[in-house]
Design a binder for this molecule. Structure first.
Ligand SMILES: Cc1ncc(COP(=O)(O)O)c(C=O)c1O
Length: 431
């Protein structure tokens, strides 16, 4: 595959745009690709190569690129005012739609990025409980802000024991005392949560987790785990917050909370909520959310609820609600076929491999382990083999995320999955 134009554009971009990319996570091997268009589940780069896209812009593109309803909705709003800094109908309509879809959503607030949604969720929880500490889990990602970027993929040498994991800052320049407000536990172990609450329960405002650990390997929660953690938190007067920035509007119309039947006190959403436009949301119990009404809890944002984005979200959520959630059933069914096919392809070739996660979000791991339960287990993955596999796939015209994650959308078709499995088989043969 020829990536000459992408390489040239990277050279040029580096002289103005720091590192040549807008998010260092995207500076991926073998060369960060520059794209010129996308349609359905396919992307075209500046060298005119076409890829079946399983990155979906790291999650948002749940309806595929350039879905006709999204184009129509954004175009209609583009010829009206782009921003009011005041109220408009689409805000209410989207909030009502979220309320109807998401079990915990007694009230909703909109903001821009998932990272921001996490900040207001934590502030609401701290104000409501009068406590400071958040219990989060190793390997879970809740955005890049100082307070939250803690123990996200710590190196094995820095992580400490499983019993008492270290609280590890993840970036130079981070305010060092961010770590003081966070407890870290190993995920998917009820006893680890019990242990932290036994020692520090009176100070913990909330337990926050990705209900499916999408950011460190797409690992599912064990049977009863989510309910058990919610119960422990509540027994100690703490709140439970699900970070559904990935699982929301992807795993099921009402997110992981609907799928698993465990309703958190608060939840954060982003990515798929507006199918590619920049929107995030916080949803939850009315008594907690309405602390912003009196100004007891301060919250703002110039671009909150902006009309272009909300017009997109309105169209996206209408599409996702249609026919009893048929779009997400399809996305999850396509993903399940691909996930199972990849497992089988590796098994047939005797390649030690696990494919973890749910239908519309899963990850491939080249590992000798028979099961992945939490982040630390992913440290045994063969990272070099994964990089090679992903490069071979890219050369075959299949684009997945650099950590081996695959996202499927409502527009991937059985023929795309078949084509991808054939490509994956050839890539595995060359590993
Ligand atoms: C679970 C989770 N929470 C929060 C975020 C932060 O969202 P954003 O990148 O929109 O700030 C992400 C982003 O990937 C995420 O995956």
């Amino acid at each position: 595959m020829d990536w000459t134009q992408s390489r040239q554009m990277l050279e040029r971009a580096r002289l103005s745009l720091t590192g040549g990319v807008s998010s260092p996570f995207r500076a991926k091997a073998p060369v960060p690709l520059y794209f010129r268009d996308g349609r359905g589940c396919r992307l075209t780069d500046v060298d005119d190569n076409t890829y079946i896209d399983y990155t979906l812009a790291w999650g948002p593109v749940i309806l595929g690129h350039r879905h006709p309803r999204m184009v129509e909705a954004v175009a209609a709003q583009a010829s009206a005012a782009h921003i009011y800094g005041a109220q408009h109908a689409a805000e209410i309509e989207v909030a009502e739609r979220v309320q109807a879809m998401v079990p915990c959503a007694e009230r909703v607030l909109f903001t821009g990025a998932g990272s921001e949604a996490v900040q207001i969720a934590w502030r609401l929880a701290r104000a409501f409980t009068g406590r400071n500490r958040i219990l989060k889990f190793e390997g879970h990602y809740h955005g890049w802000m100082d307070s939250a970027l803690i123990s996200y993929k710590p190196a094995a040498a820095a992580a400490g024991s499983e019993q008492t994991p270290n609280v590890v800052l993840s970036s130079a320049g981070q305010v060092p005392n961010s770590a003081e407000n966070v407890h870290i536990a190993i995920w998917n172990r009820v006893e680890a949560v019990e242990q932290v609450f036994a020692a520090h329960g009176a100070g913990i405002a909330a337990v926050m987790m990705e209900p499916v650990l999408c950011n460190s390997g797409c690992i599912l929660p064990g049977d009863g785990y989510l309910a058990a953690v919610a119960d422990i938190a509540h027994r100690h007067g703490a709140l439970i917050i699900f970070d559904e920035v990935i699982t929301g509007f992807r795993m099921a119309p009402g997110g992981a909370q609907q799928f698993y039947g465990v309703t958190p006190d608060l939840a954060t959403f982003g990515k798929a909520i507006a199918a590619g436009l920049p929107l995030s949301a916080i949803a939850g119990r009315r008594d907690i959310m309405e602390q912003t009404v009196t100004g007891v809890v301060s919250f703002g944002g110039t671009f909150n609820g902006n009309p272009l984005t909300l017009a997109g979200a309105r169209a996206a959520l209408e599409e996702l609600s249609r026919d009893d959630g048929a779009a997400l059933k399809h996305a999850n069914a396509m993903g399940a076929t691909l996930r199972d096919g990849l497992r089988e392809a590796a098994r047939r070739r005797g390649i030690p491999c696990l494919v973890t996660g749910f239908g519309a979000a899963f990850a491939i791991h080249f590992t000798g382990r028979t099961e992945l339960v939490h982040y630390r287990h992913t440290l045994d993955d063969d990272a070099a083999k994964l990089r090679r596999f992903l490069t071979l796939l890219l050369e075959e015209g299949v684009n997945a995320l650099p950590d081996g994650r695959f996202y499927t959308s409502a527009v991937h078709q059985p023929s795309d999955i078949e084509q991808t499995l054939a490509a994956a088989g050839r890539a595995m043969d060359r590993l």
